[in-house]
Design a binder for this molecule. Structure first.
Ligand code: OGA
Ligand code: MN
Length: 281
């Protein structure tokens, strides 16, 4: 297995290990260790179908079920696509289903709004546009490491309220009372510690609404400042997809966002599985 770092200590392009769907246990453990070190693993040329993706993903831990607002809601997949799941035709840009895609363009980590956080997401490129539709990644470890010792200590005591109702309203979603009750805000420690490397990171991004016990605006100012540090160009990279690419990202230590593409001209189908932190830590 060859790991070529993308940024210093953030992101690696992994080659030379053959199809990941056939890894031995020893090979998988090597890949898993690289994931803990680099937060984002880019694995070119790893075509797979849904069943193979589920089998590979389950080696990281138990899979989440996707929330009902995704077209694949209720299954193990989150479908990031402009293609109607039933008809195979392109969804018109003004269709409400495309709002889900817009929400992905905010910097976020997946499932931080769930009571049980996610370990990682695994995104498989099934159909990609000829241009646009890249995915960008940012490290929150590097934010923590650039803070003063005293601020690191202060942040270590804080909890963040994560709320998908908050993040989705920003892009124009409206929710029924029932949906609100299904997805109440949750609290997570702001500072996360990787159990393998001991490196610390921050659980921020679009779903992070406020700091527990702080006035709303004061919490917003902190969360906005931390996010703006995370997305400084030195700290981010962009991946332009090819069909068959696979990316595994750590939802504890990396933010990501989708970027636009011409949804009328091109088809894009990405299948995501999301591994829960339930029995991992
Ligand atoms: C996701 C996501 C970004 C993209 O799958 O969680 O945010 O570029 N995807 O599709
Ligand atoms: Mn996402």
């Amino acid at each position: 297995m060859h790991c070529e770092p993308i940024k210093s200590q953030f992101g690696a392009r992994v080659t030379g290990l053959g199809p990941v769907i056939d890894l031995t246990e020893a090979e998988f453990l090597e890949l898993r260790h690289a994931f803990e070190l680099y937060s984002v693993l880019v694995l070119p040329d790893q075509p797979m179908d849904d069943n193979q993706q589920i089998a590979f993903s389950e080696r990281f831990g138990p899979l989440e079920r996707t929330i009902s607002s995704n077209p694949a809601g209720g299954t193990a997949f989150a479908r990031q696509s402009n293609i109607d799941i039933k008809t195979g035709q392109a969804i018109p840009p003004d269709d409400h289903r495309m709002m889900y895609q817009k929400a992905n363009m905010l910097w976020h980590a997946d499932s931080t709004f769930k009571a049980t956080q996610s370990l990682c997401s695994i995104l498989s490129a099934r159909e990609v546009p000829e241009e646009g539709g890249a995915t960008e990644f940012a490290s929150t470890c590097s934010v923590y490491e650039r803070l003063s010792k005293s601020e690191q200590a202060e942040l270590g005591h804080l909890e963040v309220k994560h709320d998908i109702i908050y993040s989705r309203q920003i892009v124009g979603f409206e929710f029924t009372q029932k949906q609100r009750e299904e997805m109440p805000p949750v609290r997570h420690p702001l500072v996360q510690t990787n159990p393998v490397t001991g490196r610390k990171s921050l659980l921020i991004g679009a779903h992070a609404k406020c700091i527990v016990g702080w006035p709303f605006e004061k919490g917003r100012a902190l969360l906005d400042r931390l996010e703006s540090m995370a997305i400084e160009p030195d700290n981010t990279f962009s991946h332009s997809w090819k069909t068959g690419d696979l990316i595994v990202w750590d939802n504890r230590s990396a933010l990501h966002r989708a970027t636009p593409y011409d949804t009328v001209k091109y088809r894009r189908l990405m299948q995501r599985t999301t591994v829960s932190l339930a029995v991992n830590s």
